[in-house]
Design a binder for this molecule. Structure first.
Ligand SMILES: Cc1cc2nc3c(=O)[nH]c(=O)nc-3n(C[C@H](O)[C@H](O)[C@H](O)COP(=O)(O)OP(=O)(O)OC[C@H]3O[C@@H](n4cnc5c(N)ncnc54)[C@H](O)[C@@H]3O)c2cc1C
Ligand SMILES: Cc1cc2nc3c(=O)[nH]c(=O)nc-3n(C[C@H](O)[C@H](O)[C@H](O)COP(=O)(O)O)c2cc1C
Length: 763
């Protein structure tokens, strides 16, 4: 095949090499616009896995590259004049210029023709004469842009500014250095990639960049300023640029995240950064480019595969890898964009938050990397949280809310069971809640318990509007208090426009087959076309419902609850006021956020007044309507949380969505935790995270990184009431309270986990 590779970056050269290796008869040409040896950037980092892939594909270049790698293990995080060093991270780095030199040399050796100073124009007819044209022309690919519509290009320009510099100062650890200036914070990502040279990327927010005047400076001035800011890390060594010709604002880039729906168009194929990018803070762009090249060469040369099939396989396999990395890259990018919220963390927690920012490195993974450092971090967490000297999983640290102390940070999230009769919790609820309390969670929530018969979601919902119900709840709280160390919280709510529907398993939010009751809401917006049109609440309705909430709170005192939560999420009555997708009112209860919050806050305040001042109260909110600017956004959620905290909420239970039927949530592991993180660290409030959190490792990471104070699990508890005891056995944590009759089972489980761990270590 006659193949043109546009671009002499890692992707173009490595594809050319990989094609020649598989079939020397291919006539491969690389066209590079720059002169030989002229390139942007300094060092690039790889993982061991990438090196293995390179060795397997081409041992000759793989060997040269791996012999020249600079290796280092430590990460230093400098903040507030402290340095937190952790180890075991295992990076390898090489200069970009040297990498390209090695690849160009190897390509030539294999017979690839390289044309430097050859700017390629995608609009020229000459490309028709080639069997394949490989667009390896980087992030700003002209070849991709010529057919942008076909490729389905999605480009997102990120917020921060960065510049890629070098320095002869050799760092002995991957170094993150955060410095405060009069215009805001600015930081460096620095690592050594050769005997005498390190990469030094400087990053800051756009306002800081402009505030420091970097937008007006030429490169020399900008570099002089950076040298001054980071002087204490540079030991008198200069910062260097290899893009001196660019003016300040041109050299300081904003990262462009690229996604393409399709990676080929007839004989034009996208490769590397032209097809996709991954933020430099996870250092994987070159890896992706090289691995794309291997895969593309492999499928194009596989006997029996025609080109269409080959390209389909290329995109399918590589896209999966790219999506995984872009997910981590997005988390990492966002961390640096929102770093302001973590800057008052103590250095140990700031470093932990930074290390776990992409969610690729978990708590236990950090233990594998550097056990001593992680244990010290756990000890500090415990000391701060409890004053106790203890090295144990953070999830087991007790916490106090007002005078209520929970034995650990695990919460059984509220879950409707649809199993009550006339609102009275029965044996099912006693066993269900009792078992989960015995299962070790620090706090157990009841399901949404409704303040009136009409406030129920379904005829199977529990209620708190009469003495029979209060007595039935008392039986349950007594059991929990007598037979476990758990605390129990009553979630109170009113279904609003989402009421009068079937039991959960008979169809989500579908109206009853018969016996529907009229529903009320903030406005007359039906949940979905099949649902009833609610009656907008009058002031008299508001007084009545508020009275019902207060009466329920008073009954909760008699019923022995430790805590009460007001449910203001998921599109139910109080949520229908908060969210603009449901609230269409034109009076003082609609429109601005202050107006939309007026009634829910009024109810909350009345409940708080009725609830003993030594017992805590929380509120559950939907922190994102998943409706863009038309709904509640995470930014607005911070204001909502602050308003409830001011009204006396001790904990914000941060859920999201379910506020309108057409929402398009972005699901995934821990998908709502970022909202908890935002509220906790921007509003400085105690929060509870929930949503697709399934294992102890995730819980420990969330807590240690300060992304939440408590962690609620719903579905995992449905099938495993003993979730917390199992975690305690896994951690061999002896201080977890266990129901005495179950001690033998705990000991056995702990032994089995220990043996499993030993076998893993041996294998
Ligand atoms: C600040 C920063 C730090 C980074 N750090 C790392 C890191 O540590 N590890 C890592 O793996 N990755 C890192 N990357 C990403 C990495 O540089 C890219 O992902 C990688 O270079 C992609 O390789 P590529 O061959 O697809 O594109 P490029 O390396 O961009 O190569 C494209 C080539 O095409 C040439 N070209 C473009 N248009 C034309 C044309 N019309 N005609 C002829 N030639 C053309 C360009 O001159 C260029 O040489 C970083 C990126 C940045 C911005
Ligand atoms: C069966 C079931 C019933 C639920 N009922 C309630 C409820 O009554 N009140 C509430 O606020 N959330 C309710 N939820 C939402 C959960 O509390 C939780 O926020 C959600 O399931 C995400 O957590 P998970 O991924 O751990 O399941 C319910 C979830 C499930 C699975």
């Amino acid at each position: 095949m006659k193949i043109a590779c546009i671009g002499g970056g890692p992707a173009g050269f490595y594809f050319a090499i990989s094609m020649k290796l598989r079939d020397p008869r291919h006539d491969v040409h690389v066209f590079e616009r720059n002169a030989e040896g002229v390139t942007f950037g300094w060092g690039v980092v790889f993982s061991d896995q990438t090196v293995e892939n390179l060795m397997a594909n081409d041992p000759v270049s793989g060997r040269i590259i791996s012999d020249e790698f600079a290796h280092w293990d430590d990460i230093d995080v400098h903040i507030h004049d402290a340095c937190v060093r952790s180890s075991g991270h295992g990076f390898i780095g090489i200069g970009r210029k040297r990498l390209l030199e090695i690849l160009a040399g190897r390509a030539r050796e294999l017979g690839v023709e390289i044309h430097y100073e050859a700017e390629c124009d995608p609009n020229l007819g000459v490309w028709r004469d080639w069997d394949l044209v490989i667009a390896a022309d980087g992030i700003n690919s002209r070849f991709r842009e010529t057919h942008a519509e076909h490729f389905g290009v999605d480009i997102q320009e990120r917020a921060n500014r960065f510049v890629w510099l070098g320095t002869p100062k050799t760092f002995d650890a991957f170094t993150f250095a955060f410095e405060k200036t009069a215009a805001g914070w600015i930081w460096a990502h620095a690592y050594r990639f050769a005997e005498d040279c390190s990469t030094f990327i400087v990053e800051c927010s756009e306002p800081t960049w402009a505030g420091l005047g970097l937008d007006q400076m030429d490169q020399a001035e900008a570099i002089a300023l950076c040298e001054k800011i980071f002087a204490k890390y540079l030991d008198g060594q200069p910062l260097l640029t290899n893009a001196a010709h660019l003016r300040g604002s041109a050299a300081w880039l904003r990262f462009r995240r690229i996604i393409c729906e399709r990676w080929h168009y007839d004989k034009l194929i996208l490769l590397g950064d032209a097809a996709h990018t991954a933020h430099f803070s996870i250092g994987s762009g070159t890896k992706l480019a090289l691995e794309d090249a291997i895969k593309l060469a492999e499928v194009l040369n596989r006997p029996g595969l025609d080109r269409i099939e080959a390209l389909a396989e290329y995109q399918a396999e590589r896209n999966l890898e790219v999506l995984k990395l872009q997910n981590s890259a997005r988390n990492s990018t966002e961390w640096f964009e929102t770093v302001e919220r973590y800057l008052d963390f103590e250095p140990w927690q700031f470093a932990y938050s930074l290390l776990t920012r992409s969610q690729r490195i978990s708590h236990e993974n950090l233990r594998l990397r550097d056990r001593d450092w992680l244990e010290e971090t756990e000890r500090t967490f415990w000391k701060k949280a409890t004053g106790e000297e203890k090295t144990a999983w953070p999830m087991f640290a007790p916490m106090k809310l007002r005078e209520m102390e929970v034995q650990n940070r695990i919460v059984v999230s509220p879950m409707a069971m649809y199993s009550a009769r006339d609102g009275v919790p029965g044996d099912f609820h006693l066993v269900h809640l009792g078992a989960r309390a015995q299962g070790g969670a620090g706090l157990v929530f009841t399901e949404m318990t409704c303040v009136s018969p009409e406030g129920r979601i379904s005829p199977g919902c529990t209620g708190m509007w009469n003495g029979e119900q209060a007595a039935a709840w008392r039986r349950i709280t007594d059991f929990v208090h007598a037979n476990s160390k758990a605390k129990i919280c009553l979630q109170l709510g009113h279904s609003g426009g989402k009421g009068s529907t079937r039991l959960g398993w008979d169809g989500d939010n579908l109206p009853l087959v018969e016996g529907n009751w009229p529903v009320i809401s903030a406005s007359d917006v039906p949940w979905a076309p099949v649902n009833q049109q609610p009656r907008p609440m009058s002031r008299a309705d508001m007084d009545e419902v508020k009275g019902q909430f207060v009466a329920a709170v008073r009954m909760a005192i008699d019923a022995g609850f430790d805590m009460v939560e007001m449910h203001a999420a998921h599109g139910y009555l109080l949520s229908s006021f908060i969210t603009p997708v449901q609230n269409k009112r034109t009076d003082e209860y609609g429109g601005s956020l202050a107006n939309r919050l007026r009634y829910p806050l009024e109810v909350f305040t009345a409940m708080r007044e009725a609830w003993p001042s030594d017992r805590p109260m929380s509120v559950r909110i939907s922190a994102n309507d998943w409706a863009g600017e038309q709904g509640v956004t995470p930014d607005e959620a911070v204001l909502i949380a602050e308003a409830f905290a001011e009204a006396g909420a001790d904990l914000i239970d941060v859920s999201a969505g379910q506020t309108w039927a057409d929402a398009k949530p972005v699901y995934g592991r821990l998908f709502q935790t970022p909202f908890s993180d935002k509220i906790r660290n921007e509003a400085k409030l105690a929060t509870m995270a929930v949503g697709n959190i399934t294992d102890p490792d995730q819980v420990n990471a969330i807590l240690t990184a300060g992304r939440a104070d408590l962690v609620a699990l719903a579905r995992p508890h449905l099938v495993d009431p003993m979730w917390t005891l199992r975690a305690a056995a896994m951690a061999n944590y002896r201080d977890q309270w266990v129901p005495p009759p179950y001690l033998g089972g705990m000991a056995q489980m702990a032994r089995l986990f220990e043996r499993e761990a030993e076998m893993r270590q041996q294998s």
